[in-house]
Design a protein around this ligand. Structure first.
Ligand SMILES: CC(C)(COP(=O)(O)OP(=O)(O)OC[C@H]1O[C@@H](n2cnc3c(N)ncnc32)[C@H](O)[C@@H]1OP(=O)(O)O)[C@@H](O)C(=O)NCCC(=O)NCCS
Length: 161
């Protein structure tokens, strides 16, 4: 398993992509405490892996370190940062039927911009899904960090390296 590194000083601006999405009624916004349960439920089921525990961790931060995408008052995507470790981006997911419309890229860029505002020069994408590695490469030139072990995840109960 390898994490990925992003140079925050080189990321593209989210403005145009967000504006394009808004023309289709898709809004990207910071998650708010009253929506916590809804987002946790969504994160449990909207992708192959259950991301609900990381969403809980993002909601333990103040301000909350999670962005969501909505359309017509429905949740269609989320992205977290500062959840598993400081300086870590992820997890994120977009509803399967809403993929390949730019929503994931907008959520990613908004989160990375917030991380830049926190003072980071680089961000780590923690344990990206294999199928998402090319997405991160394409959107923000992320590079794989060479590592044979499970990195920060090695103390997980089910990994236990
Ligand atoms: C990875 C994921 C978040 C991407 O979301 P998305 O909304 O489909 O992505 P976008 O539409 O914003 O894609 C942005 C660009 O990346 C490309 N892209 C999207 N998914 C890709 C993939 N899996 N591999 C390669 N390129 C991909 C798009 O074609 C688009 O390219 P363009 O700018 O040239 O048009 C989504 O596929 C998903 O939720 N997957 C399941 C959960 C997951 O793997 N999460 C990441 C692990 S932490």
């Amino acid at each position: 398993m390898a994490d990925m590194l992003v140079k925050l000083y080189n990321i593209p601006c989210s403005h145009d992509i967000e504006e394009n999405l808004s023309k289709s009624g898709i809004r990207i916004k910071k998650a708010l405490a009253p929506d916590r349960s809804k987002i946790i439920t969504f994160a449990r089921t909207c992708a192959k892996d259950d991301y609900s525990d990381e969403v809980r961790a993002a909601f333990a931060n103040n301000p909350v370190t999670c962005y969501i995408a909505t359309r017509e008052k429905e949740l269609i995507g989320f992205a977290c940062y500062e959840a598993t470790a400081r300086n870590f981006f992820g997890p994120m997911a977009v509803l399967e039927s809403e993929r390949r419309k730019g929503i994931g890229k907008a959520l990613l860029l908004k989160s990375l911009e917030s991380m830049q505002e926190l003072g980071y020069a680089y961000a780590i994408i923690g344990w990206p899904a294999k199928s998402a590695v090319d997405f991160y490469k394409k959107c923000v030139d992320a590079i794989l960090i060479d590592e044979k072990s499970s990195g920060v995840y090695k103390r997980m109960i089910e990994i236990d390296e």
